[in-house]
Ligand binder design. Structure first.
Ligand SMILES: [Zn+2]
Length: 527
């Protein structure tokens, strides 16, 4: 180790030791210290802290620069390290979130914008402050509903990284028991479950020199999320002995009341805590470990004997993974987690999905919503998690594909149910509306699903009939490849058709889209 290396190593270590944040108060408790782990554990963080070694510093200073430049393009643009302490009976979470962010834009940035989903409704999110991680210097902030704007102390040039620390508290709300608010139960608690979905601030995406923040709506989702590497430390206080954590990623540390997970290249890090969760799991050959977390009411008593809906959901999830990996490309993580949610419908996150508890309790056989919603949510591991899209403005890009994936699953495993699926899932609703609508265009959730999901399925099936099944799936696979890790636009989707396919399918776009006059990019777009 040469002198400069040693000097910079000491700077890196003193940087960690000098950072006083509310999260560091947890060091006084028996919980492992998050900051000392970053120093002693051979995780990529250490390597990145040492990046300046390759860049001569003008003068070693006791306070490292707020902004580090010269990072190569292989360094992930965004990395989040979360130190969270949950007081379980109080349903309150204290969070210290460190962000390493590289400006991949072509112009310098004078401000940064975070989207804070939990601040959609009042009384949930309470910001304590934002500081430069290196110096502890507070930053000027402006919080307007979901949008948190930070004024940077100096411009962040392209290919330069800034490290920030957000400190905040969440008061998790109860899951609503009626109305459309019930569908937001992925951030909420019941008497036996606490869900942390979209609980963490994320850096907004940039498009056309602006930051994307969408107005919240009770219809659909409004996220447009880039990918990031996640390192999540969670300590729980005053929890019942029966509490089980269902979370995605690689579990690096596992204590009775403390966990640490890492999840690379993910759009979010979400989890669920359940009292008395029952785990059913299966390791797929050449695939991930599939885990299904359910409550005892997923075992249904019938006159013919008990039916284990959890076992059926595990079968469905494992089979879904297999056929979707075959059709669309590999699943990227070592585990996939399915959680019985104490809220209706389902919800997708990276590496973890919720399937509504009612679907388990009403399960009667393969021709049921448990089958369809499980396959649907699993397919979002491709059409959301791997291939991102703007869920507010182009919701069909993930939802029409996820609903069509239900048919892909049915065709493979229950071909005799294909007619049932079309009638039960699509035709019985006599769907109307433009497929390329936004989530803001509808008076009701039903109208939104009919247009975007159900007519979206009809449009995709018409495309398949026109270009042929093999070409159709080759197109979707190509879209999954090109879109992996990206946020895709409809134009990119259509432009991946060959010129002949594109011309052949013009009448279909005319029939289903509000804006059918699309000019194909040539060569095929892939940004
Ligand atoms: Zn969906």
């Amino acid at each position: 180790m040469n002198l400069r290396t040693l000097t910079n190593l000491l700077i890196a270590l003193s940087l960690t030791a000098c950072t006083i944040t509310p999260g560091d108060r947890a060091e006084a408790s028996p919980m492992p210290s998050p900051t000392s782990q970053i120093v002693t554990t051979p995780v990529p963080t250490l390597q990145r802290q040492l990046q300046p070694i390759e860049t001569p510093l003008p003068t070693p200073s006791p306070t490292p620069a707020a902004i580090v430049c010269g990072l190569d393009s292989a360094t992930p643009a965004t990395r989040y390290t979360i130190n969270a302490v949950l007081d379980y009976p109080a349903r309150r979470v204290q969070v210290v979130q460190h962000i390493e962010y590289i400006n991949r834009d072509s112009a310098a940035l004078s401000e940064l914008v975070f989207n804070i989903k939990p601040n959609t409704d009042p009384g949930i999110f309470q910001l304590a402050g934002v500081t430069l991680t290196t110096s502890g210097e507070p930053l000027q902030t402006s919080l307007a509903r979901q949008r948190l704007t930070l004024t940077l102390p100096e411009p962040l040039d392209p290919a330069c990284q800034i490290r920030l620390t957000l400190t905040f508290e969440l008061a998790i709300p109860p899951i609503a028991n009626r109305g459309v608010q019930r569908f937001q139960g992925y951030l909420g608690y019941s008497d036996r479950q606490l869900n942390l979905g979209h609980w963490l601030p994320t850096i907004a995406l940039r498009r056309d020199d602006d930051w994307i923040t969408h107005e919240p709506s009770v219809i659909g989702e409004q996220e447009a999320l880039g990918i990031a590497d996640w390192d999540v430390h969670l300590a729980i206080q005053n929890a019942p002995d029966t509490l089980v954590a269902a979370a995605p990623g690689t579990l690096l540390e596992n204590g009775d009341t403390y966990w640490r997970w890492v999840l690379p290249a993910a759009r979010d890090f979400s989890l669920s805590l359940g009292e008395g969760f029952i785990l059913s799991a299966r390791q797929l050959p050449d695939g991930p470990l599939v885990e299904v977390y359910t409550f005892p009411d997923a075992l249904i008593e019938t006159q013919a004997g008990p039916i284990d809906a959890a076992a059926f959901a595990l079968d469905t999830a494992a089979n879904s993974l297999a056929i979707f990996a075959n059709r669309f490309g590999p699943y990227p993580y070592e585990r996939l987690v399915i959680v019985q949610g104490d809220f209706p419908d389902g919800m997708e996150f990276s590496g973890i999905v919720f399937v509504g508890g009612e679907y388990f309790r009403r399960f009667g056989g393969p021709d049921s919503y448990l089958t369809l919603i499980t396959a649907h949510e699993v397919s979002h591991q491709w059409w959301y998690s791997q291939v991102g899209s703007d869920q507010a403005l182009h919701p069909w890009l993930d939802e029409a594909l996820a609903t069509y994936s239900e048919l892909v699953f049915i065709e493979e495993y229950y071909p005799a149910l294909k007619g049932w699926w079309w009638e039960f899932r699509i035709d019985s609703f006599s769907p109307e509306g433009f497929v390329d609508s936004t989530v803001y265009d509808f008076p009701s959730r039903r109208a939104y699903i009919n247009a975007v999901y159900l007519r979206g399925v009809r449009m995709l099936d018409a495309l398949r009939a026109t270009i042929g099944t093999d070409a159709f799936f080759a197109w979707l696979r190509r879209y999954a490849e090109v879109g992996n890790g990206q946020v895709m636009e409809p134009l990119s989707f259509w432009s991946l058709l060959t010129p002949e396919q594109f011309d052949l399918t013009a009448p279909i776009r005319q029939r289903y889209l509000q804006q059918p006059q699309i000019i194909r990019l040539d060569p095929a777009a892939g940004s």
